[in-house]
Design a protein around this ligand. Structure first.
Ligand code: ADP
Ligand code: MG
Length: 860
């Protein structure tokens, strides 16, 4: 449908709507008819597909085939058990994948967008996914357009359509229908498209298309980026492939050695394939997803909402946290501390001499009074207005005497705002009031006052050094309203009437978080639009600046530096003052060029590029615009700096636990391979049957491995440097650990076997099987901490682990001691003496790794 060519009257007719919006009943009906306003995920797997994919693994298929053949030519019970274990395995795998999928969906729901619409003449907020054609949406700067819409009311509206057209210029929009013709998306000036963002103004529009019917929906397949695979998962998947090949080769060797030693070919085939199935860690990526998704859930409870899963994993690598000052490091609760009025020589007309500053404060603001009598608006302005009206000014009277006729709104780049008022009791004169950053105002003063600047500056610095935000007020009168309202024509020739110093106290918890950062090798950096001295004073209070080498850089100083010069000093800059949001991108680039991993906060529309380019872009949940949230990896629900540090800590812990999990699984696998590989070289029969191997893979690996995810953080977690994101997970001794501890497990197992055979104990296989199982349980306990002794962290500090161990031990005892399972697993009940020997031998691995940690700690 060519909505852009139609007159509005026809649009309302076609959509059966009006500017007052749809009524509730119609909306509900349309929602049922049209479905949700969502871009479908084309990659989503169906449940059946998920199940089949568990079985489709090539090795599993071979194993099933081999089991069936062996059943036909020989023992049918074996076949049934192997098939049963494979099925249970598949179910477990499916449940895991399903849970991962569910957790991901829950995450997506948490970050769902909302839309404001007019319904039956009233403005309400609904989930953006519930929009229907005909709805009237209300849009303003900072919003992301939630569906395809046709504008019917616009006020200086500008849209960034780069998400759709790749065109980076903002497009101006209006409500005019277009003459017949062919228009590219970017030229359809009365339309707003889903996924693009409003950068300026406000507007109303009718929803004309939703979900997959929108322009974004048409190209959805093209832009669907794979945000769910994390760097670690990619590496694990690639590593898994290489590992599979190695394991297949080893298993082939095992097959031939066993066969040559005289085992039957069929037994060896099933044993070696079972070993391959058990040892290839194909489930690792799915398990990593679960760990990350559950980590994300925990983070949400701690006020950090993850928008992109990889952020959970990479949080632990952050080396710089660049944070906005106002509201994040400070409370955003301003109070006026001090005012200063210039003893101005120039006559003044509009106000009585001594209340001039107060009047200016009362008039120049965008604060409104809420229902409960509280002032609503920007915290700086609220503080100012509160101050003025506490001094007995009457707002209603003022509004009659000086009605506002125009304004130039505040923005962070200009750092000031101007209001224009009609002066009622003078001969049609117009009063101009500008307030803003003092150094900006200085450039806008009249010639007479220019000479006073050095003196005024001294006064300002005095205030700023106390950490006060200083705003200046200046004014002038005009005889008529100029036609062209812009800062260049209006904000000139002003007379400064005074300044106000106010304080925004630092957050108590931020101070703590700053010192925690520093201990953890993370450098906190403050970014603010505020004055250099103000910023410095606050940074000192927070501990962000603590030595002579810590630099403060202003936006204009930064502007003057070449990129090479900037990169040279960037790592020492702790405070950026008077910067524009656009400069954040430069800061990120410079830090990244020195191999830093940068987290950056932002709340405004023009923070979006910085948030996207940061390694971790952090948006503000309370004061952030939608655009900034969409661009971010993480949203702070409480806008609090301390929450970032908590998130980093969690990120480190989650990553640690994933590594522990990998270490546990791979070492166990390595142990099984060693045992079966080494036995023939010592003239021993294969120590384990295929079902034993599959059992260990399913039970012994499974539960305790999962319980590692509940491991509390290491004691030194925030006292060690950040993890290098490009470093392999197998460096740092992991690979060596997997090999030597696995080797030890294998040796202990066949040692047990050899001893038992030597003393003609017919229970040797059950003993070897149990030793391997219990060795792994000892191992999982000892790697709960990578560096502290289990005696230091305490045996009971991970409750789920205790549960997992109890269950696993009980299951093992069950197959050793119940006749039913004895038949199935070909096990024999052990005597108490045999059981005790088994336990003692199993503990070797535990002690060996404890000693390794002890030696490492002593050498430090
Ligand atoms: P921050 O990063 O600290 O939030 P802003 O970009 O909001 O900084 O503000 C930058 C400067 O603009 C402030 O230091 C102040 O001097 C001035 N300013 C802030 N708010 C207003 C306002 N509502 N009206 C006029 N000037 C303002
Ligand atoms: Mg601000």
């Amino acid at each position: 449908m060519n909505w852009h060519l139609l007159p509005l009257s026809e649009i309302t007719h076609l959509l059966q709507t009006t500017p007052r919006g749809l009524d509730e009943v119609t909306s509900k009906e349309l929602l049922r008819e049209n479905g949700k306003n969502e871009i479908e995920d084309t990659k989503k797997k169906s449940i059946v597909k998920m199940m089949l994919s568990q079985l489709s693994d090539f090795m599993i298929l071979i194993l099933i085939a081999a089991a069936i053949i062996s059943g036909i030519i020989g023992d049918l019970t074996d076949t049934i058990i192997i098939l049963a274990i494979i099925i249970i395995n598949a179910i477990v795998g499916f449940i895991q994948e399903y849970r991962a999928e569910k957790a991901m969906q829950a995450l997506k729901k948490m970050v769902a967008n909302h839309a404001r619409i007019i319904s039956e003449g009233k403005m309400i907020t609904i989930p953006a996914s519930d929009l229907v054609p005909g709805d009237v949406v209300v849009l303003e700067a900072g919003n992301v357009i939630p569906a395809d819409i046709r504008f019917f009311e616009t006020h200086q509206i500008k849209v960034d359509e780069s998400a759709l057209t790749g065109e980076s210029n903002n497009v101006e929009k209006n409500t005019e229908e277009l003459p017949e013709g062919n228009y590219a998306l970017g030229d359809q000036t009365n339309m707003g498209y889903k996924g693009t963002s409003i950068t300026n103004g406000r507007a109303l529009g009718y929803v004309v298309a939703i979900g997959m019917h929108t322009e974004l929906g048409h190209i959805a397949k093209m832009i669907q980026t794979d945000e769910t695979t994390t760097p670690l998962q990619k590496r694990l998947a690639a590593f898994g492939k290489r590992l599979s090949i190695v394991i297949l080769i080893i298993c082939t060797v095992i097959f031939f050695i066993g066969w040559l030693r005289g085992e039957s070919a069929m037994t060896m085939l099933i044993t070696s394939i079972s070993l391959a199935v058990a040892a290839i860690p194909e489930a690792l990526p799915a398990l990593v997803t679960i760990a990350l998704a559950f980590g994300a859930k925990k983070l949400a409870k701690n006020n950090a909402l993850i928008r992109k899963l990889p952020a959970v994993e990479t949080l632990g690598s952050v080396t710089y946290i660049c944070s906005d000052k106002t509201g994040t490091l400070t409370l955003n609760k301003m109070t006026v501390q001090e005012i200063f009025e210039t003893s101005d020589t120039k006559h003044n007309d509009a106000f009585e001499e001594k209340n001039r500053l107060l009047h200016a404060i009362a008039l120049n603001n965008d604060v409104s009074k809420g229902e409960n009598g509280k002032w609503l608006g920007d915290s700086t302005e609220v503080a100012l207005v509160q101050y003025a009206f506490d001094k007995n000014l009457n707002r209603a009277d003022l509004e009659i005497a000086f009605p506002r006729i125009a304004e130039l709104p505040f923005n962070s780049k200009r750092k000031c705002m101007t209001t224009l008022h009609q002066i009622q009791n003078a001969d049609d004169e117009i009063l101009v009031i500008t307030k803003g950053a003092v150094d900006v105002l200085f450039h806008k003063l009249n010639a007479e006052q220019q000479s006073l600047i050095p003196e005024l500056e001294r006064k300002v610095n005095e205030m700023a050094e106390k950490g006060y935000r200083v705003l200046g007020y200046a004014m002038k009168t005009l005889s008529s309203l100029p036609e062209n309202l812009n800062p260049e024509t209006i904000e000139t020739e002003l007379t400064l009437i005074g300044f106000v110093g106010m304080i925004d106290p630092p957050r108590e918890e931020a101070k703590q978080a700053v010192s925690e950062c520093k201990e953890a090798g993370i450098i906190p950096v403050m970014i603010t639009g505020d004055h250099k001295l103000t910023a410095k004073a606050i940074a000192e209070k927070l501990g962000i600046i603590s030595s002579e080498e810590d630099l403060v850089l202003t936006g204009s100083e930064l502007y003057a530096l070449t990129q090479i010069e900037f990169v040279k000093i960037v790592e020492n800059v702790r405070v950026y003052a008077r910067v524009n949001p656009e400069q954040k991108l430069r800061i990120i680039n410079a830090l990244q060029s020195k191999n830093n991993f940068v987290a950056m906060t932002g709340d405004g529309v023009n923070d979006a590029p910085a948030l996207k380019n940061a390694d971790i872009g952090i948006a503000m949940g309370i004061n952030g615009t939608e655009v900034s949230k969409e661009a971010s990896h993480l949203i702070l629900l409480d806008d609090n700096f301390a929450t970032i540090v908590v998130a980093v800590k969690h990120g480190r812990k989650i990553f640690d636990n994933i590594l522990k999990f990998i270490k546990y699984i791979m070492t166990g696998n390595s142990g099984e391979i060693w045992a079966i590989f080494l036995a023939p070289f010592f003239g021993l029969p294969i120590p384990l049957l295929a079902i034993h191997i599959l059992w260990i893979n399913l039970v012994t690996d499974g539960l305790p491995g999962l319980a590692l995810a509940s491991e509390p953080s290491e004691i030194n977690i925030m006292k060690r440097p950040p993890r290098n994101p490009i470093e392999s997970i197998f460096s740092n001794g992991m690979a060596v650990h997997i090999l030597w501890v696995g080797f030890l497990m294998g040796v202990v197992t066949i040692g047990m076997q050899a001893y038992a055979i030597h003393v003609a104990n017919s229970h040797w296989q059950t003993m070897a099987f149990t030793v391997l199982c219990f060795s792994q349980l000892g191992h999982v306990m000892v790697i709960r901490s990578g560096q502290d002794s289990i005696f230091k962290i305490g045996f009971f500090s991970n409750k789920p682990m205790i549960g997992a161990l109890l269950i696993t031990v009980s299951l093992q005892l069950m197959i050793v001691y119940t006749p039913f399972f004895n038949d199935i697993f070909k096990t024999q009940p052990l005597t108490l003496y045999e059981l005790l020997i088994t336990l003692a031998v199993s503990s070797v691995v535990f002690w060996a790794v404890e000693i390794e940690k002890w030696i490492k700690n002593r050498n430090k």
